[in-house]
Design a protein around this ligand. Structure first.
Ligand SMILES: NC(=O)c1ccc[n+]([C@@H]2O[C@H](COP(=O)([O-])OP(=O)(O)OC[C@H]3O[C@@H](n4cnc5c(N)ncnc54)[C@H](O)[C@@H]3O)[C@@H](O)[C@H]2O)c1
Length: 239
């Protein structure tokens, strides 16, 4: 038996990076995965079904959740991993940049939670896991709106965890650091890479699959007594 055997897990951002690692690891542990992304993931077998979805748009999220339910039944767990990051100083961030950043990280979490909350309350169970960032707790030069979005996600996690705990629903977040397409821009330049890693006590980037295994822990019954946490999986970066 896998650790999430038979569970229906919806993963946003499943086409690459940490989300893809989650799709791979959860499928290997017996889950049936609804993979929501702008583009399809590589073929991971019939346990992983892609639904094209821009998570910023409520109607697209609702349509994708309905399609995933039609395929795999009631949803047990949602991992909101989709995200985007860019760096620009305050003077060069536009209102449109602000909206795009807040929408993919924060508004999407709101759409996803609202999309499952009635079902989960009726069942008295459900697990939502979001993703925040070292930028949310430490700040980041030229990362004001990214940092703001990831801080807001922490607010959602803590408040939703309190509100939904009486219904047996758990809401947590992971704070990762991993070698993914998103971080390639830092990793390809040896000087920038060395600067990043000088701030990571364990001295290396995490691999998407090792971040995914911590998602797996939070999604499994081993974590049934955990809610409202922001769990760093970052090699000690935020210390
Ligand atoms: N990699 C890191 O070190 C790191 C550190 C801190 C936080 N994070 C967060 O972890 C999450 C995953 O990061 P990653 O490094 O795997 O990123 P990534 O860029 O490699 O992958 C992100 C995925 O999200 C999808 N996506 C983007 N916008 C979308 C939208 N509107 N609708 C649907 N899908 C969309 C992309 O298509 C892509 O498949 C993000 O939320 C990111 O902010 C990553």
């Amino acid at each position: 038996m896998g650790r999430v055997e038979g569970k229906h897990v919806v993963i946003t951002g499943a086409a690459q990076g940490i989300g893809l690692g989650c799709a791979r690891v959860f499928a290997a542990e017996g889950a049936r995965v609804g993979a929501l992304d702008l583009k399809p993931p590589p073929d991971l077998g019939e346990q992983v079904v892609f639904h094209a979805c821009d998570v910023r748009r409520r109607e697209e999220v609702e349509r994708a959740l309905a399609a995933s339910r039609a395929r795999f039944g009631p949803i047990d767990c949602v991992l909101h991993v989709a995200g985007t990051a860019w760096h620009a100083d305050l003077a060069h961030n536009t209102d449109a940049d602000y909206d795009a950043m807040m929408d993919v990280h924060v508004r999407a979490a709101f759409h996803l939670l609202r999309g499952v909350v009635d079902e989960w309350k009726a069942r008295g169970a459900g697990k939502f896991i979001g993703v925040t960032s070292p930028a949310a707790v430490r700040g980041q030069v030229n990362g004001t709106i990214y940092s703001a979005a990831k801080s807001a996600l922490i607010g959602i996690v803590r408040s939703a965890a309190l509100e939904l705990a009486p219904h047996g629903i758990q809401v947590n977040a992971i704070l990762p650091m991993a070698a993914t397409p998103m971080t390639e821009i830092a990793r390809v330049d040896p000087d920038i890479n060395a600067k990043y890693l000088s701030r990571v006590p364990l001295g290396r980037w995490g691999e998407p699959d090792e971040i995914a295994r911590v998602f797996l822990f939070l999604a499994s019954s081993d974590a049934d007594y955990i809610t409202g946490v922001v769990l760093p999986v970052d090699g000690g970066r935020i210390l």
